[in-house]
Design a protein. Structure first.
Length: 356
C-alpha cells in the first residue's frame, strides 16, 4: 500500500469517530491501537493524551504531535417541546449552523442524529432575515415531541459534531468533517508505521495524540512538559486561501505541505530557525514540493510545546485545507503524502541539525 492509501485508510476510520474537545475517547482508542502495533511503548496520560515511543539509536528525543479533538457542540438544556439548546466547543462560525446536521453521542456511546433548526425565513421580519443568527438563538431538533422523549435519548452535557462524511471529490481531493486535525493524526500514524519499518531510526521518537487543542492547546502543554523533547514537529492542517475572493498570496491545495515560518502574526509560533532550515533543506534535496506559511490567523499545538520549560525548538508541517472548522473541509491527499515523506526524510537528520 502506498503512503497516500495508508493515510486515506486511517482517515476513513478517524472521520467516523466523533471527538469534540474533552471527549476524544473514540479517536483515542484507534490511535492507541494503531501505535501499539508499531511502537516500543504506548501510554495514555492523565489528560487523555496518547504517547507512543520508538526507541532510537541516539539520545536525542524528537516529539511529533497531532490533535485528536475536533470542534464540536455540547447540549446545554432541553426545553419542554424536546428541542436542545447548545454551546460550542471550539471555533465554529455561527453562519454555517442553521440547517446543519448534527451527530450527538450520549453517555451510552449511542449516536443520535439531529438537525440545527431555526425559524423559517418565510415568517421572519425583513430585519431578522438579514442578520446572522447566533448559536444561542438556534436549537437542535432530534425528532422528539417533548422533553421526556428527548431525555430518553440525550442528557445535558452530551456532545456532538456537525455531520460531514468523508467523500472523495475529483482526483485526490477529499471532503470531510474534522480533517483538522484528523489528517494530522492520519499522517502521524502513517509516519509511525514507516519509521517502524525503517531499520535505522536515530532519534528516540514520540508520537503524541493530543487532547483539547481546539479549546486552548491543553494536551500539548502537559505532554510536552512530561517528555521535554529536544525538538518537536506538529502535524496539522493549514489555512488554504485558494478560493474566489481571497488574495493570491495564500496557501494553495496541491502545491505541497505548508511549513510554518510564523502563525498568528508571530503571537503563536515563530518556528525555530534550525527546524525551519532543516525542513526546507530536506524538501529541496528530496524534491518534495512545499509552501512557506506566514499566517495571520490561528495557531497550533506548537505554540504550547515550544514554550515548555526552557523552550523546545519547534515547527509545523501542515496540510493546506479549505473551509476549516466547517463540516466540509477540503484537502488534497498529495499534500498529506508529501508532508509524511518530508517528515520521514527529516527525522534522522534532527540530531545533527539540532544537537549541540
Ligand atoms: Zn488543528
Amino acid at each position: 500500500m502506498n503512503v497516500k492509501e495508508r493515510i486515506f485508510e486511517h482517515l476513513e476510520e478517524l472521520v467516523d469517530r466523533v471527538a469534540p474537545p474533552g471527549w476524544e475517547d473514540d479517536v483515542r482508542g484507534y490511535v492507541k491501537d494503531s501505535l501499539s502495533d508499531v511502537c516500543d511503548r504506548v501510554e495514555t496520560d492523565v489528560m487523555g493524551n496518547v504517547i507512543g515511543r520508538i526507541d532510537g539509536e541516539e539520545k536525542f528525543e524528537l516529539m511529533f504531535a497531532a490533535h485528536m479533538d475536533e470542534v464540536g457542540i455540547i447540549v446545554k438544556s432541553i426545553d419542554k417541546k424536546g428541542f436542545l439548546k447548545f454551546a460550542k466547543l471550539g471555533g465554529i462560525d455561527d453562519r454555517i449552523l442553521p440547517g446543519s446536521r448534527v451527530t450527538l453521542v450520549n453517555s451510552e456511546g449511542e449516536k443520535i442524529e439531529g438537525v440545527i433548526g431555526t425559524k423559517p425565513p418565510h415568517i421572519m421580519e425583513p430585519k431578522e432575515r438579514k442578520r446572522v443568527q447566533k448559536h444561542k438563538d438556534l436549537f437542535i431538533d432530534i425528532g422528539a415531541s417533548d422533553r421526556e422523549e428527548a431525555e430518553e435519548m440525550v442528557s445535558v452535557g452530551d456532545v456532538g459534531v456537525l455531520r460531514g462524511d468523508l467523500k472523495r471529490l475529483h482526483g485526490d481531493r477529499i471532503v470531510g468533517r474534522g480533517l483538522d486535525d484528523k489528517v494530522g493524526v492520519a499522517n502521524m500514524l502513517t509516519l509511525a508505521e514507516l519509521l517502524h519499518e525503517n531499520e535505522e531510526v536515530k532519534p528516540t521518537v514520540y508520537f503524541v495524540g493530543t487532547v483539547q487543542e481546539e479549546v486552548g492547546l491543553k494536551g500539548a502543554k502537559t505532554s510536552a512538559f512530561k517528555i521535554y523533547p529536544d525538538a518537536a514537529l506538529v502535524l496539522e492542517t493549514a489555512v488554504a486561501g485558494d478560493v474566489p475572493g481571497v488574495k493570491e498570496s495564500e496557501l494553495s491545495l496541491g502545491e505541497g505541505p505548508a511549513l510554518t515560518i510564523v502563525d498568528a502574526s508571530g503571537r503563536g509560533l515563530i518556528a525555530h530557525p534550525k527546524v525551519r532550515r532543516l525542513l526546507i533543506e530536506v524538501a529541496e534535496r528530496e524534491d518534495i514540493p512545499y509552501q512557506l506559511e506566514v499566517g495571520e490567523g490561528g495557531t497550533t499545538d506548537a505554540t504550547a510545546i515550544h514554550l515548555t520549560r526552557g523552550g523546545v525548538p519547534s515547527g509545523v508541517v501542515g496540510v493546506p485545507t479549505r473551509y476549516l472548522h466547517s463540516p466540509s473541509e477540503v484537502l488534497d491527499l498529495n499534500d498529506a503524502e508529501n508532508a509524511v515523506k518530508l517528515v520521514e526524510a527529516a527525522t534522522n537528520e534532527f540530531p545533527d541539525a539540532l544537537g549541540d
